[in-house]
Structures are given as C-alpha cells and as structure tokens.
Design a protein. Sequence first.
Length: 509
Amino acid sequence: MALKIHNTLSGEKDPFELPEGSRVTMYVCGVTVYDECHVGHARALVVFDMIQRYLKHLGYNVVCVRNFTDVDDKIIKRANEEGVTCDEIASRYIHEFREDVGRLGLLQPAYEPRATEHIADMIGMISTLAEKGHAYEVAGDVFFAVSSFSDYGKLSGRNLEDLRAGARVEVDEKKRNPLDFALWKKAKPGEPSWDSPWGRGRPGWHIECSAMSLKLLGETIDIHGGGQDLIFPHHENEIAQSECCTGKPFARFWIHNGHVMIRDEKMSKSLGNFFTLKQVYEEYEPRILHFFLISKHYRSPLDFSKEGLSEAREALSRLDNCLGSVENAIPQETIEDVRKNRGKVRVSLDIDIKEPPPPSKHKWWQLFETAMHDDFNTPGALAAIFMYVGEINNELKLGYGSGSKVDQISLVDKYDDLRKLCDILGICYKPLRQTTVSLKGEGSVDRGRIERLLGKENLEDEEVTLLVEERLRLRKIREYGKADEIRNSLKSKGISLRDVQEGTNWIRE
Ligand SMILES: [Zn+2]
C-alpha cells in the first residue's frame, strides 16, 4: 500500500513512492514576524508537523525548512509606528513564536532561516533570472516577466488570460504586464535596504522562499507546503522564479492546508477575528489545541469553537484515563519485562505459551495506517486510536480475562501500540495513574510540613501521598474535620480521593 498525497499541482492524490530510508526534502512557508501567532498559523504548523512525523514513521529521513519572513511591509509599518528598527520587531516576534509554538510540542525543523540571512542568495537568483531574460529592471525595481514562463498558472490551474481578468493587482505603470511581480524593490526612506546590482533596495516577498529552498535543499524538492491562501500568487510565483532559474521542476508535491474558520469566515489578522495562542492557552492546555487542530482532515476548513476544544479535552482525558488504568492494573516491572522479551520465544514454566499477534499487525494499527496512507486522514487515524482505547478499557473491565500472564502480555502490547500511535501524530498524553495509600504504623507527624504542603500549589507525587496518609491517620483518631480539610485542599489542586478497603486511592484529574 503506497502513501497517497493530494498534490495541488496535479489536483489528484498521487502516490508518494521513494525507497525506505530516502532523504525527503520539505519546505514550509513560515510566518511573517510582526505580531503574535494565532490559531490560523498554528494549524499550518501542526499540519506540517503531523506530515513530517508520519513520513519519519515510514522510515524517511525528512529534512524540513521553515522560514521566518523578517523583511516585509507589515514589519516596516510596525517598526515605524513604534519607533524601533525592523530587526527589533522581527527578533521580538521570533522570540514570541518560539515561546508560544514551543508549547505545542512540535518537531524542530532542520533549518529555520530568517529571510534577511539570505539576501545574497536572492540577489544571485534575481541576477540569473535577469540574464536569462525572465526579469527586467525599471529604475531600481526588478520585476519578473510572467509572460516569459509558459507554465505560469499551472499550480492554481488558471491561465494568464483568466488571471489577468480576475486579478486585483496593484497598478504600477512600471510593469510591462499587470501580473508581473516585484523581485527587488528600490529603497525608500525609512526602510531597511541592501546593496545590489540595481542599487540599494530590498527583496520582494516571493523570492525569499525560492532562494532559501534552492540554497538549503537543492533544485528540486519533494514537498512544498503552506496554507491554501498561498497557492496564488505566492506559490505560483515561487514556481515561476525557481523553474526559470534552474530549468528543473521546483517541487514534486504541493500540499496545502485548509483555513481555520470562525462563524464561516477565515480566521485572519486582517479580518480581526483571530485568537492568539496565548489567549487559547489561558483556558486550554497547549496539547488540547494541538489535538483539536489534527482532529479534522488537514485540507478541510476547521471551525474554531469552544465546543470543539472541549471535545478535544474530553477525548484526551479518555486517552489519559485508559493509559493510566493499564499502569494501575499492571505493575511497572511486568510492563518492562514484557517489553524486554517482546519478539522472543518465551520459555517459562508458569506460562501457557500462546504468543499474542505481533503488535504491528493489530487491526487498529492497520486501520490507523490505512487512514494515514490516504492523504493523512487524521480523523480516521484518531478513530483507530479510540478503537484501541475502547478495546483496552473493555479488557480492563473484564479483569483482562483471567489476569493471566498471557493476558498481561497482550494488554501491555496494546498499551505500547496505543502510545506509539499517539506519538506518530504528536499527541501529548498524560496517563492518569491512581496511587493507593494505606496507613503504615503510627510514626511521628511533622505538622509544620503538612501545613506547608497544604499551602503549596503544585505537589509532587510523594507529597500528595504524604497528605493522603495524614488524612488516613486523622480519620483513624476521629479527627474528621481536619481530615476533610486535607481532602478539600487536594481537590482544589485537581487531586481526587476515593476510599477503598486497603486505604485511599488518589488520582490527578
Ligand atoms: Zn513562501
């Protein structure tokens, strides 16, 4: 079964076939660093992280580049408003990006270049285009001549005539054709500029991705990605520049993710209907946002809503509960032991040897891969993950058969499978483990320490256990009021207690 990926260039799902272990080159258009990241940006970042993870899972050596656009009209505007340099604005928002996006737990790209680090590469490319007759200079500005590239429009599926009729392009009498776009812009007062063969100026937006992709990944790359709104003109222009410069195809696969929507409108800075990551994090853990962003197929529009985030939170807590329940039911040493002996023929006197099927052949694992092979169908993959959760929960409910060693092995295999599937998608789980505390002897109680712990915000496991033990002691001597104080204090910290025959179980909610 081959991986199929929807390729914007062909308009179809094309097989992605490379021998295992191959190097896969991938360029993803990054953010313009003039403000904080919002959920629309996060979706693209999460989608291409998921794609990268899945390709790695298939055994490819993925080399990913994701740029920062750090020279742009919006950055210049902001810098002038605040009376600081463009570099200050860019550095500030790159820092913010790392903080906010860092909490989503994404893979780090191999390269994260800033456009301004590659001005010389852009100038080199523009010079080549001019030499080959694809670019022309008019008084310090350099434009790309779209009529010199017969394939112009092949990505967006439009020809030059349609584009001319439909395009709302800025009027610039310097251009020979209204669709021609700027490769180099003549310096204006108050703007950052660099020396070039055409005098001082700065690059146009599109050229940076072509130049950095060529420099860091080579002439033809495997995958180029970004949001749907980049198809035209940005990606169309990238193709034109790159292919005219090298004479080779620029990218084999073009992958585009759908928009994040709010009440039927695209979430965007310009419409003002956006939520920044920081705003979302005030109410939801970053992992909940991450889960929400992969819960829908990457090409579909995604409605952003509190209900959607709440559903994601519930799904994650089902997962956490399931993993924690396995850890409660099976001692850690047994889990380690099963892992150590996995794949070996088990010779043991106390086991009725009946090997469970190899984990990778499990039906839910297969369902997961079938879904992911079909253009990264994450809703299908998540359905497989929750089939696993259901099956494991059922086995636990039934006391996992007789609780025999064979049942334990099969349960640990499923538990490990489930974790691996979550890792492939980058889902961050926190097994909800339950700890049983029983009263040991009388011992002396450090009242001062107990008081301090009751006032402490984040308790370590041992500290919770100590408080639960103290509560048991208080109950034994009929100090119910004080015992309840401990229970309430723990509850306010998200820790709940359940009294059982052997003592008290505690669990983090
Ligand atoms: Zn780009």
